[in-house]
Write a protein that binds this ligand. Structure first.
Ligand code: MEV
Length: 343
């Protein structure tokens, strides 16, 4: 099921008019789209095994500009955690190749420029956001008329270039926006998405370890550990299932205290699966000691980001304590709009 929301279609009509005008008068019009990053509030890694996860789109976005050109080129102007773009360069090339193929545009020569305020970093859905934005901009440039669901399918193809066989939660979040309850049906491979409406205004502080993680590797390591000790992992999975059910209710009700407790529990399970690291533990501890309702790693782990649920003054206090400890930190606005074309 697709999220129950009013979704404007990506009308290619204005774009076609622009293309005709540009051909008549010789000007070059660039197709542009933007998509938000994401934070996983509950359920990273568990989601790979068919369990539910809850994620939200954040206000920072990646902007993709696409234009037909004499030859293929990519200019990546996104701000980054140092080293991120270099480390992901080959995966990014594979990702774009996959998306062009999925859209029937294989071999087409385009100039792609990436920008926007979303920091290219692990944990924030940087690849998912860029895939959704590129897919939507290509759709505009070539007047394909794909709707949001199809854009999401293309972005998922792009995500495979980065993450092997990802669950698809990141591209769904970047495509549809808001808060999503996500589950992957492992039998059919289909994403089951439900838009959540929270009664509370959630405030999240992010702490960045500054370390880039490799999702394919970390997901593979978790699988190897599970194969080695299936009983331990079954216990962890059973515990998480209860957390996931309660988390959905607490997000919808806006029960922040409960949500915070569940985030702490979720983090402990992730730590038990071996996906935390010293820097993430330090960030979780700093947030917890300075008034967070709950704190956990978010995304792949072994680097990337920590998120803390906060109320009132605690947010700025935690952000400044984290900065003093030498990490980047910011208070994030969440529940943002999904991918959109920029005119
Ligand atoms: C990455 O943002 C989240 C993981 O659960 C991987 C996935 O869902 O594909 C670690």
């Amino acid at each position: 099921m697709r999220p129950n929301m009013v979704v404007p279609l990506f009308s290619s009509y204005p774009r076609r008019c622009e293309t005709i005008i540009s051909r008549l008068f010789g000007s070059r019009v660039v197709a542009k789209a933007s998509a938000p990053g994401k934070l996983i509030l509950f359920g990273e890694h568990f989601v790979v095994y068919g369990m539910p996860a809850i994620a939200t789109a954040i206000e920072s976005r990646t902007v993709a500009e696409v234009q037909r050109a004499e030859e293929f080129s990519l200019l990546d102007n996104r701000p980054e955690t140092p080293g991120y773009k270099k480390e992901k360069h080959d995966q990014q090339s594979d990702s774009i190749r996959r998306m062009l193929k999925a859209m029937g545009l294989e071999g087409k020569k385009v100039r792609i420029v990436l920008g926007g305020g979303l920091i290219a970093a692990s944990g924030v859905g940087a690849s998912g956001a860029s895939c959704a934005a590129i897919a939507a901009a290509l759709n505009e440039e070539f007047g394909l008329g794909l709707d949001r669901d199809k854009i999401n399918d293309v972005a998922y193809e792009g995500e495979k270039g980065y993450h092997g066989v990802p669950s698809g939660i990141d591209n769904c979040c970047s495509t549809y926006g808001g808060f999503i309850h996500f589950r992957k049906d492992l039998k059919t491979g289909k994403s089951i998405i439900r838009q959540l409406h929270s009664k509370a205004r959630l405030s999240i502080v992010v702490g960045n370890t500054g370390l880039t993680s490799n999702t394919t590797k970390v997901v593979g390591d978790v699988k190897a550990k599970r194969d080695k000790d299936p009983e331990k992992f079954q216990r962890i999975f059973d515990n998480y299932s209860k957390i996931a059910d309660e988390a959905t209710v607490s997000v919808e009700k806006g029960d922040l205290v409960k949500m915070g407790l569940l985030m702490n529990m979720n983090h402990l399970l992730l730590e038990g699966m071996g996906v935390s690291c010293d820097e993430l533990e330090e960030l979780v501890e700093l947030a917890s000691k300075n008034g967070a309702l709950g704190a956990k790693l978010t995304g792949t782990g072994r680097g990337g980001l920590m998120i803390a649920l906060v109320t009132g003054e605690a947010g700025s206090k935690i952000a400044s304590v984290i900065k003093k400890a030498g990490f980047h930190s910011e208070i994030m606005n969440i529940g943002a709009e999904g991918v959109k074309v920029i005119r």
